[in-house]
Design a protein around this ligand. Structure first.
Ligand code: ASP
Ligand code: SER
Ligand code: ZN
Length: 619
């Protein structure tokens, strides 16, 4: 979908085009009849009216659903779950209906803007329900209950009566503990939240696939891959191409970290050349490894600093952390966040109720009602995540004046990349400028800084890739429910070189312990974002006239760069993402070289270390 269409006649509003369905993920099928049941060919004028009306209705339903979901995720109860399920059912049913009916206009070539809207309407549903009220209700109920179950998820350690840890507490423990037994218990304890989701997840897949097939897609995975302005099969190849470019860097990092953890935890726990046990990397999902930085022999430069410690010593509170983020965007020329943002956001975990703590950004009314929802801990990791979330809010606001169907990310990786790009500018020089540190570590400290960055950004790449590789296999039926967990661990091993700390079985459902699976949020976007953010940063630093190594560049306070960024953000999804990318970077392709170049000095250092210490590469 979203392809360049082969136009064979050129009148403004209506003309024939060929080749669309064949090149898209959707199987060609007969056009659905008109609403009155007649088969008369629709006119361009009809299409315009129809699309406008759909756009308006989906917008209204979207605002309602988003309010209901906000309340549900902030006060998880039976009732709020039901309310959210109802609102989302209405929205999903309507968007599926419009997606289906929009095919009536497949034979028409519409004016470019209208054509793009039709296309977006066809893709408006991310998880379509089949055309059956019972199934629609069932699907909405399952989706809300899985999301709620994740939010309520807790680990209650055996023998510690009444003490239960929610995700924030488990994250903290896994980040800080260096006791392998305790880490193992926490890992197993948290992953237990997945098992009860398994049946519902399998049923959800059946229902979504039935809905996708009614829309002409082979399965939900094809629908998801159709969102990238290129044929879906090309998208999977595109991801693999990018990954192949970065794999050598990941392998060097993996080898180094494994060797260093082996030094800490011993040969018994860590094989010399096998996969790393997933509980020893400082993160529940072993997806980012920044929390084991202190276990490495990084060449710490003089005057190095610990941002977590500084923020805590200064008694920075959650709001203060968010203010730092806002201030960065404002320095680029963006307007400050509205007062309602401060009044309505959730920054800290409430004591008295269950909430979904996984950080998220909201645009409740698609106007000014921007919010974030996050259980902020005062530490460097959250400082960065706040920039990530605010990136969503500033993007949302930048495209606010677009028509509703264009209010979205150029492709979903862009949305995830904006705030991360800004966080790349949180350099030591920047921290000094805003008074958080007094002196900047010497330039000789670049390897240390790059290692910290790589533990977060490079370590993440294969995880970012495999979550949806697993879902695509599940959606296509290649992986059946009886093999859910086995397939998950095969991918974890293959791409990440990670193994579970204890034997797993099909009585477990480990993907369920990762937010985006029960919450049904596609994940390829995070892989793309890791690549795009370096590409964006390279372009913005150039625009700002900042030369020298990219890791030292901060665009803080640079209005020229800010303007350039804003220009792209304000396009929303009104044009194919390739054009948005070109507007900012001059390139039409996602390009892993910006990331690879950024880390090139570290790669050389890691290879040297691995050689000198005799660390084998691979598993
Ligand atoms: N929304 C973010 C993520 O899922 C939150 C985080 O980084 O924790 O991308
Ligand atoms: N925010 C995403 C996650 O938490 C990617 O970092 O998985
Ligand atoms: Zn995000």
């Amino acid at each position: 979908m979203r392809l360049i269409r082969v136009v064979i006649c050129g009148i403004a509003l209506t003309c024939l085009l060929v080749g669309e369905a064949a090149k898209s993920g959707r199987a060609p099928h007969a056009n659905p009849p008109n609403r009155d049941g007649s088969k008369a060919a629709p006119t361009g004028e009809e299409a315009e009216k129809y699309i406008e009306n759909a756009e308006k209705e989906l917008f209204d339903l979207g605002v309602k659903a988003s309010r209901a979901s906000w309340v549900q995720e902030n006060f998880i109860t039976e009732d709020t779950e039901k309310i959210a399920a109802d609102a989302n059912e209405v929205l999903n049913t309507a968007s599926t209906k419009y997606a289906k009916e929009a095919h009536r206009f497949d034979g028409l070539t519409l004016a470019p803007e209208l054509g793009r809207k039709r296309l977006l309407l066809e893709l408006a549903t991310g998880f379509p329900a089949p055309d059956d009220p019972k199934a629609q209700k069932e699907l909405a109920g399952i989706l809300a209950s899985l999301d709620g179950d994740y939010g309520k998820g807790k680990w209650c350690p055996e023998g510690e009566k009444g003490k239960c840890l929610d995700v924030t507490a488990v994250e903290k423990l896994m980040a800080e503990s260096r006791d392998p037994d305790e880490l193992k218990r926490a890992w197993v304890g948290w992953h237990a939240i997945g098992a009860p989701m398994r049946q519902r997840y399998a049923r959800m897949v059946e229902l979504g696939n039935a809905g996708a097939r009614e829309l002409g897609y082979a399965d939900v995975g094809v629908l998801w891959r159709s969102n990238y302005d290129m044929p879906p099969e090309d998208f999977a190849k595109e991801e693999d191409r990018l990954w192949e470019q970065l794999k050598p860097l990941y392998l060097s990092l993996h080898a180094y970290v494994r060797g260093q953890l082996r030094k800490k935890y011993g040969k018994e726990l860590l094989p010399a050349d096998g996969p790393i046990p997933a509980h020893l990397l400082g993160n529940i999902w072993a997806q980012e490894w920044n929390n084991v930085y202190s276990l490495t022999d990084s060449p710490m430069p003089p005057r190095s600093y610990d941002l977590t410690k500084i923020l805590q010593e200064r008694k920075t509170d959650a709001r203060g952390m968010v203010k730092y983020g806002e201030n960065f965007f404002v320095s680029l020329g963006f307007a400050p966040l509205p007062q309602t943002f401060w009044d309505r956001s959730l920054f800290t975990k409430p004591e008295d109720r269950d909430v979904v703590c996984h950080a998220s950004a909201w645009d409740v009314d698609s106007k000014e009602d921007l919010r974030i929802k996050m259980c902020i801990q005062i530490r460097e990791e959250d400082f960065r995540t706040i920039h990530h979330e605010l990136g969503h809010n500033f993007y949302q606001r930048a495209y606010m004046d677009q028509p509703p169907l264009f209010q979205g990310s150029a492709n979903d990786g862009f949305h995830e990349a904006v705030g991360d790009t800004i966080a790349l500018s949180v350099t030591p020089e920047y921290l000094k400028k805003i008074g958080l540190i007094e002196t900047v570590p010497a330039a000789s400290g670049d390897i240390d800084y790059l290692l910290q960055q790589a533990l977060e950004k490079v370590a993440f790449l294969p995880f970012g890739l495999l979550v949806d590789k697993w879902r695509w296999e599940v959606f296509s039926g290649q992986v059946k429910p009886e093999n859910y967990n086995k397939a998950w661990w095969e991918l974890r091993r293959k791409y990440q070189g990670i193994a579970p700390p204890v034997a797993r079985s099909e009585g477990d459902f480990d993907p369920g312990a990762k937010y985006h699976v029960p919450a049904n949020v596609p994940y390829a976007r995070y892989f793309l974002a890791r690549i795009l953010q370096f590409q964006f940063q390279r372009a913005l630093c150039k625009e700002a006239g900042i030369t020298g190594p990219l890791d030292r560049c901060s665009i803080y306070g640079n209005k020229t760069a800010g303007e350039r960024l804003h220009q792209m953000l304000s396009m929303g999804q009104s044009r194919p993402w390739q054009e948005a990318l070109e507007a900012l970077t001059g390139q039409k392709q996602m390009d892993a070289t910006a990331l690879a170049d950024y880390f090139a000095p570290l790669k050389a250092w890691l290879d040297e270390q691995n050689k000198a210490k005799g660390y084998p590469v691979g598993w």
